[in-house]
Design a protein around this ligand. Structure first.
Ligand code: SAM
Length: 332
């Protein structure tokens, strides 16, 4: 039984209404560097306050609040990170601090403040709140665009080896990562498959910063839009792209990809495939994509329909031990 389900309903309702305070409190904990100071150790409130420059009595009350949510474990004056709290340590690979930081930034907060706009219109709240769609906004506001692209690379670092390990790229001559960000996934493929050549394709201002694959002479870097022209290749990868867009736009992207496929070529989409009994993270991302971009997460049937709408056939779905699956499609 979860902690929430043993609370009286009014307390559960209160906790739901105060959810914003949790994001901000965890963010403050991270900004003070408390998770890296605690590591695997137990420290007193006094030690943490001195080391991180916090007001001791207020710090105690913050940590007490966070202990109720399972971020830290507190016994009298002694505090340690919980297993979940370990994911807020910047010194550990796979930590979630960059994603948390983004959620506290103005464009993200303002978009969620306007979530009702999405609910009423079915459109993105970001554009309504910020006056521009995110990609245009990121180009003009590198203070937000840069950390966003870094978070994407961080997520790719966490998942690329698993994704690449679950697919056989050995017959592939040219692989193009469409909307490939700064190129970490492509680099992982090229390192493992020396016969393959790569093309990193993304918006010009994004690939301009793509130092990850820049120095590989088997890799070409191309700036452009996947609504206009996708470079030709025998394998096109779309990782975390389709979920950014509504069905109409996603089909447009898939059509442009289908037109760029060499004969016998394949498209690989790497996405979460949601099911009713699946992880709540999938349902959070489903809403987050709606709010930020008017996009969505999809079920297996929804993906099959999407591919069919672009003249493609979904041939198989390969689950991985990470949250994303590999969806392979060919021309129908
Ligand atoms: C959610 S990120 C995924 C990045 C990368 N595939 C990954 O998984 O780390 C979406 C990417 O789509 C790119 N993008 C957005 N609009 C685009 C367009 N019209 N043409 C090409 N790329 C675009 C963004 O710049 C961004 O890098």
């Amino acid at each position: 039984m979860s902690a929430a389900s043993i609370l009286p309903p009014i307390a559960q309702a209160f906790q739901l209404a105060a959810g914003f305070a949790m994001t901000q409190s965890v963010s403050a904990l991270v900004q003070l560097g408390i998770p890296e100071y605690l590591k695997d150790d137990t420290r007193t409130i006094g030690e943490i306050a001195v080391h991180c420059g916090a007001h001791p009595e207020t710090l105690f009350r913050f940590l007490r609040f966070l202990s109720k949510a399972g971020v830290v474990e507190l016994e009298s004056e002694n505090c340690r990170l919980s297993p979940a709290g370990q994911f807020f340590r910047k010194d550990l690979p796979g930590n979630l601090t960059k994603g948390l930081e983004l959620m506290t930034y103005e464009p993200w907060q303002e978009s969620w403040n306007n979530v009702i706009h999405s609910l009423r219109t079915g459109q993105a709240a970001f554009q309504h709140a910020m006056g521009q769609e995110p990609w245009e906004y990121f180009r003009e506001h590198p203070e937000y665009g840069k950390p966003f692209n870094e978070w994407m690379t961080h997520l790719s670092r966490m998942s690329a080896h698993t994704l690449v390990g679950n697919y056989d790229f050995s017959g592939v001559r040219t692989v193009c990562d469409v909307g490939g960000g700064h190129g970490f996934l492509l680099k992982t493929i090229l390192e493992r498959y020396p016969q393959a050549r790569g093309i990193l394709f993304d918006l010009p201002f994004v690939v301009a910063e793509a130092d990850i694959v820049m120095h590989d002479d088997r890799c070409e870097i191309v700036g452009g839009s996947f609504f206009e022209n996708v470079p030709r290749a025998d394998l096109l990868i779309l990782k975390s792209i389709l979920h950014d867009w509504n069905d109409e736009k996603a089909v447009e992207i898939l059509r442009a990809c289908a037109a760029a496929l060499e004969p016998g070529g394949k498209i690989l989409a790497m996405e979460m495939v949601i099911t009713d009994s699946g992880s709540p993270i999938g349902f959070f991302y489903d809403l987050h994509m709606q709010v930020m971009l008017g996009g969505r997460e999809r079920t297996q049937e929804e993906f099959a329909r999407l591919f069919a709408g672009a003249g493609l056939k979904l041939t198989r779905i390969i689950p991985t031990r990470g949250p994303q699956s590999i969806l392979e499609a060919v021309k129908a």
